[in-house]
Design a protein around this ligand. Structure first.
Ligand code: DX5
Ligand code: ZN
Length: 224
């Protein structure tokens, strides 16, 4: 699959959730990213599984990418899988049993992801690589949209790419946090395949215009 763009609904006009989701898909988004925050693992509080039900009922059929920023994670994995999630990621620090939580995601019929905070290394991956479909590399600290990309994490993306190549692991690299148009080529060049973008898509210029600009930039990069 070429680079895939996942707009983050955290940043859309929530009063018009269905329309905002539909316009993202119409504009060419591969899927929609949903940030689940519990006011415990992160300071913010957002959506429960009902958001998937609402989107599916509205007619949204694209992949729904659930980013759990909660602790614990297992019960929510099952709840989100039951209402139409396509892939689910969680932070390793938030689960007592990482291997079990990853298995639970796949057993529930979804693709499994591990989300790594800016300060989290690759140690957690060592013994679970065969149970991971994608890694969500956070390029801001989790909890809020609209933050600034932490520049030295560009190297971490490239480092993760080399790590996965060394282990011959067919795992996609997703990057989440502070992605802006002027950064996107460097981020793709470093090895990112799935681009999760919030405030740079949902703003006054409109998602159709913004998404087209990102697509044009990515089209000039080598395929991932
Ligand atoms: C941050 C979230 C991100 C965020 C992205 O905790 O995980 O998905 O919504 O939004 P921007 O692109 O504005 O950083
Ligand atoms: Zn996210």
């Amino acid at each position: 699959m070429p680079h895939a763009i996942y707009p983050s609904l955290l940043n859309c006009d929530l009063a018009r959730l269905g329309e905002e989701a539909l316009s993202a898909v119409t504009a060419g988004a591969h899927g929609l990213h949903i940030d689940v925050m519990d006011h415990h693992y992160v300071p913010n509080l957002t959506f429960g599984p009902w958001i998937c039900t609402a989107l599916r009922d509205y007619g949204i059929t694209c992949p729904l990418d659930i980013h759990l920023m909660t602790t614990p994670v297992d019960a929510l994995i099952q709840s989100f899988a039951a209402v139409g999630a396509t892939r689910i990621s969680f932070h390793p620090e938030a689960s007592l049993h990482i291997d079990r939580s990853l298995s639970l995601i796949r057993d529930s019929g979804c693709l499994a992801g591990l989300a790594l905070n800016p300060s989290t290394g690759f140690d957690h991956l060592t013994y679970v690589l065969d149970k991971v479909d994608f890694i969500l590399l956070m390029t801001v600290n989790p909890g809020f949209g609209g933050q600034t990309f932490i520049p030295h994490l560009l190297d971490k993306i490239a480092c993760l790419k080399r790590y996965l190549q060394r282990h011959q692991a067919p795992i996609r690299i997703a990057v989440d946090g502070g992605l802006k148009l002027e950064l996107i080529k460097a981020i793709a060049h470093a090895g990112a395949q799935d681009l999760i973008i919030g405030s740079a898509l949902y703003n006054e210029r409109g998602i159709a215009h913004n998404l087209t600009q990102f697509q044009h930039s990515l089209a000039e990069c080598l395929p991932p």
